[in-house]
Design a protein around this ligand. Sequence first.
Ligand SMILES: [Mn+2]
Length: 243
Amino acid sequence: MRKRPVIGIAGTLSEPPVSSAFQDIQRDFTNEAYTASLVEAGATPILLPSVLSEVEALLSLCDGILLPGGFDIDPDLYAQERGLLCQKTMKASDLFQLELLRGAYRKGLPILGICKGFQLINVRFGGTLFQDLSLSGTKGSVHARKQHDTPFFHTVTLQKDSKLHTIFGSSSLEVNSFHHQGIDLLGRGLVATALCDDGFIEAIEQKEGSWCVGVQWHPEAMMMASKSMLPLFSAFVEVSKPL
Ligand SMILES: [Mn+2]
């Protein structure tokens, strides 16, 4: 039997729920939307625990890396002071995920970044973020809703000659939006490949090295209701084929 590509999902550290008997022990988690989307696209997903010293060993198990959504990135990692509008951060998660990304890129492994993962790719290559979209000078309220149970969508325009344009065979997409931060300065070697009508960057690709794509929206959450985002996961899994 041919081996299915193994995709490592970076774990996210979080405080335990109130029901836990161990209130001082953090959890390291992913969610079923990521695992189900990867399985549907033909991969075997594995959860990579946030153990910084094991990054190289963890990477050796993987044919591709998925960087998931999560808390805000510690502004210290893009050389900014924390502002009042920056929300909860978990620097230990950021440092692990950044090291995973650095290692994956060095080894030429395909990388898919989602929401925080997309922002992390930008930070890895020296880019910066708006700590809140309201600080950008334009109206950023279109991108986030307080009630996370109400899916909110907007249109993005895909740039010609981008991987996303090829993957979807279309110049625009309807995507969900659950972010209060966004890319300000674009990192080295990155191209903005999807834009919202208000000018915010919604997807990026790295020009050189690994297949490295980041999207600001949550394709894995969209997969729970429709197959419209399956081409993205399928393209990622396809390039992650074991050698
Ligand atoms: Mn958005």
